[in-house]
Design a protein around this ligand. Structure first.
Ligand code: B12
Length: 425
């Protein structure tokens, strides 16, 4: 039995420079499941130059990718089905999980809408045993008489499966989060406890949030030889108790880790007295979704933060020597004045590293439901947060000039320059 595991990535304008380049961690999880079943598997990912191995015929091909890769996943399934008509093709991953209906096409055999790795194992066993009775939960299966739709399945606790790190070690010198190199991705929780209207993460696992077990997470980080660990959970700590637990475990284990993680601005302010201890416990960089600098916009997003707090959150991180990546979104209805407010905010608060997205409704989010009638472009590959999919107030050309203009300041950042030009470090 041979399985190909492929992550399909659609290039964006930033792919030329790739300031952030990380391993396809979800496939490393699937690889662990297959390793435990003694099944040979190959990860395919062009980002690291892994093409489908020549001269090997797969029995199963798993295709994954984000929203922008929706059409490309289907196209790849057609290509694979043509070359390997007997292979079973499975589509899965976070985009498929909430958008299964788009993937029920003739060249895909199974659409995986559960995030469960145990369910994945069961499906693989069924395929191996030629068992044609479809799974009732978590997967849609193509049958001779049409699609059998599996019921929704949620996880209520972590499955305690650790990703295989062989691929990470093979490519770790190429992996980077800006100027930070050898960065291992870490997943501790599932879903998100907040309700922001634009965000997709909340929807995952049928909106059921599974909190992180910090002891297990730290243990996993310690077992990986990396310079940095990027915890990709939507929030690393939501409560004071989370942060205290984390600090205590690091202290007890005498861990020495460099961690990048997501924190909300309200947490940074509320728990400011803990920041020094968090820095000492290994928090080196915080990624914060500020989204907007005007409360009207934050209210529209149901972000539940206050823009008036943002300057303090930024300076608290600086005082505690914690790097910041600030995340902002501009709205298609921005005029000159709105762009200028954001530009001034970034300048006044001396924000060194930031990203700016164009507000883009992702399918299945509340924002998408509200805006669907106003979409001017429905091509999935345009939903990369760098294209206008809603009609702008300004002429498109001007909007893009102002949008990309906001990025120019980034060239003044040493960290960004190091990420772009210092290839060997
Ligand atoms: C880190 C990250 C990235 C990294 C890439 C990470 C990677 N693994 O390759 C970078 C920075 C490159 C990136 C880029 C983009 N990202 Co991104 N990213 C994330 C983030 C924060 C974490 C993803 C991650 O690695 N998680 C760890 C893995 C292990 O968890 P997981 O994917 O959930 O997988 C678990 C289960 O779902 C399950 N599973 C996963 N796949 C499969 C498949 C099968 C068959 C089965 C059975 C199970 C299974 O098993 C895993 C183990 O528990 C998420 C937010 C989130 N919470 O998911 C956004 C997120 C995935 N990104 C998103 C988007 C939109 C993008 C971009 C398209 C746009 C952008 N500008 O951000 C680009 C696309 C780039 C490209 N060329 O494809 C969206 C996706 C929405 C969607 N509908 O697809 C998310 C959800 C954020 C959001 N905005 O809401 N991203």
């Amino acid at each position: 039995m041979i399985v190909f595991l492929e992550k399909i990535r659609v290039k964006t304008i930033f792919s030329i420079i790739d300031p952030i380049k990380v391993e396809p961690l979800e496939l490393c999880y699937l690889e662990t499941v297959l390793n435990d079943m003694n099944i040979e598997s190959y990860i395919v990912d062009w980002l690291f130059g892994f093409s489908p191995p020549k001269g090997i015929t797969p029995d199963i091909i798993v295709l994954t990718g984000y929203n922008t890769a929706e059409n490309e996943i289907i196209r790849s399934s057609e290509v694979y089905k043509n070359i390997y008509p007997k292979a079973k093709i499975i589509a899965g991953g976070v985009h498929v999980q909430e958008n299964a209906e788009y993937f029920r096409v003739s060249t895909i055999d199974y659409v995986f809408h559960s995030g469960s790795l145990n369910a994945f194992k069961t499906l693989i066993e069924k395929i191996i045993n030629n068992d044609r009775i479809p799974l009732n939960h978590g997967v849609d299966s193509q049958q001779q008489d049409g699609w059998h739709i599996g019921e929704k399945e949620s996880l209520y606790e972590n499955e305690n499966i650790k990703p295989d790190r062989e691929l990470f070690y093979e490519v770790k010198s190429k992996i980077k989060y800006l100027d930070k190199r050898n960065v291992a991705l870490i997943k501790g929780s599932t879903g998100c406890p907040y309700n922001c209207s634009f965000c997709y993460c909340k929807l995952l696992n049928n909106k059921h949030f599974i909190a992180c077990d910090y002891e297990k997470m730290i243990e996993e980080m310690e077992s990986i030889d990396a310079e940095h660990y990027w915890v990709v959970d939507d929030v690393l700590f939501s409560t004071r108790d989370d942060a205290l637990k984390f600090i205590e475990i690091v202290k007890k284990r005498k861990s020495n880790l460099n961690i990048i993680g997501y924190l909300r601005a309200d947490f940074i302010i509320r728990e400011r007295d803990l920041l020094k201890r968090l820095r000492n416990a290994g928090i080196r960089e915080v990624i914060t979704g500020f989204e907007a600098t005007v409360n009207r916009e934050l209210n529209e997003y149901k972000k539940t933060t206050d823009a008036a707090d943002y300057p303090l959150a930024i300076s608290l991180l600086k005082q505690n020597d914690i790097d910041l990546t600030a995340l902002f979104m501009v709205q298609p209805n921005y005029g000159f004045k709105d762009f200028n407010i954001l530009r001034k905010f970034i300048k006044a608060n001396k924000i060194d590293v930031y990203t700016i997205s164009i507000m883009t409704p992702l399918k299945k989010t509340k924002l998408y439901e509200e805006m669907e009638g106003l979409l001017i472009d429905k091509r999935p590959e345009r939903y990369d947060f760098l294209h206008l999919v809603l009609k702008p107030k300004l002429p498109k050309f001007i909007f893009y000039i102002l949008f990309y203009g906001l990025h120019i300041r980034l060239l003044g950042s040493k960290r960004v320059r190091r990420a772009l030009f210092d290839k060997d470090r």
